[in-house]
Design a protein around this ligand. Structure first.
Ligand code: 9D3
Length: 261
């Protein structure tokens, strides 16, 4: 996969791509990431990338010309055969659709992505209307720009590419793809500061361990992220556990509440 990132702060990408799984994936040519400075596509003496909003108001707006030129320059680098009809041009913006694992899986299918990082108070709407094909937000909190969101999206997408993770990790992927929280993990020592590892994990009874872990997964998900539970994806026994944990969880939370009027 090839990813081109357009930003006014290209250095923000130097460190993350130099370590760990990112670096290995790049070194193995599983992905190539090209970061472009939008400022390089200006033509005036001061390399102006932003300007005052028409109609007034606070802050500055990213100008359209350098962004269009940067995308044109990226497209011009592509080999002729690579049809650009299938080339997502993604704007990272608080207005975008909320990023999740499903969107990451969608994006991981493309051969090439272009990502545009917004800054300032916004970006000229003509970029959104006539250039961008997809808008993504990573959550309901206010950041100072789209660079960290771009890194989040790139991280999530890259680890889905074939060969990027070891086979151990990618197998685990499947269990996470069921969309539930994970069971608690323990390593040695078996007793740390008087705190023992749950006895069942030391029992060697693999059927019981698997059952305990499945219970933990459902219990934690019911308690912390009930929104993740899709009953249609559960077996009969699992549904029963979910109902049991839901009742327990409700009983627990009612202890912290005023009596109903
Ligand atoms: C008028 C200023 N802001 C209203 C609160 C609008 C605004 C514009 C640009 C707020 C933040 C930003 C910078 N953020 C992003 O570009 C961004 C973002 C985010 O802030 N949160 C979650 N996902 C994303 S993706 C891009």
């Amino acid at each position: 996969m090839r990813i081109d990132v357009l930003t006014i702060f290209p250095q923000m990408f130097d460190v993350p791509f130099s370590f760990g799984i990112f670096k290995r994936a790049i070194d193995q040519n599983l992905v190539s990431i090209n970061v472009h400075n939008i400022r390089d596509y200006t033509h005036d003496k001061h390399h102006t990338v932003d300007d005052y909003p028409h109609g007034g108001g606070p802050g500055m707006v990213l100008k359209p010309e350098p962004v269009f030129e940067a995308v044109a320059a990226v497209k011009a680098q592509l080999p002729d055969e690579s049809g650009t009809a299938q080339l997502p041009i993604i704007l990272l913006t608080p207005q975008g659709r909320l990023f999740n694992q499903q969107i990451a899986m969608e994006l991981s299918k493309y051969r090439h992505l272009i990502m545009i990082c917004g800054r300032y108070e916004g970006i000229d709407e003509r970029v959104v209307e006539h250039l961008v094909t997809d808008e993504i937000s990573i959550g309901d909190y206010v950041l100072t720009g789209g660079e960290l969101p771009a890194l989040v999206v790139i991280d999530t997408v890259i680890r889905l590419l074939p060969g990027v993770l070891g086979s151990e990790d990618s197998a685990q992927e499947d269990s996470h793809a069921n969309g539930l929280l994970e069971y608690p993990q323990y390593t040695r020592p078996a007793v740390f500061r008087d705190w023992p590892v749950p006895e069942i994990l030391l029992s060697g009874n693999h059927a019981q361990i698997a059952r305990w872990r499945r219970e933990q997964v459902l219990r934690r998900t019911v308690e912390r992220r009930p929104d993740l539970i899709d009953m249609t994806k559960l077996g009969q026994e699992e549904k029963q556990l979910v109902e049991q944990f839901t009742a327990l969880s409700k009983a627990k939370s009612s202890l912290n509440k005023e009596p109903e009027k």
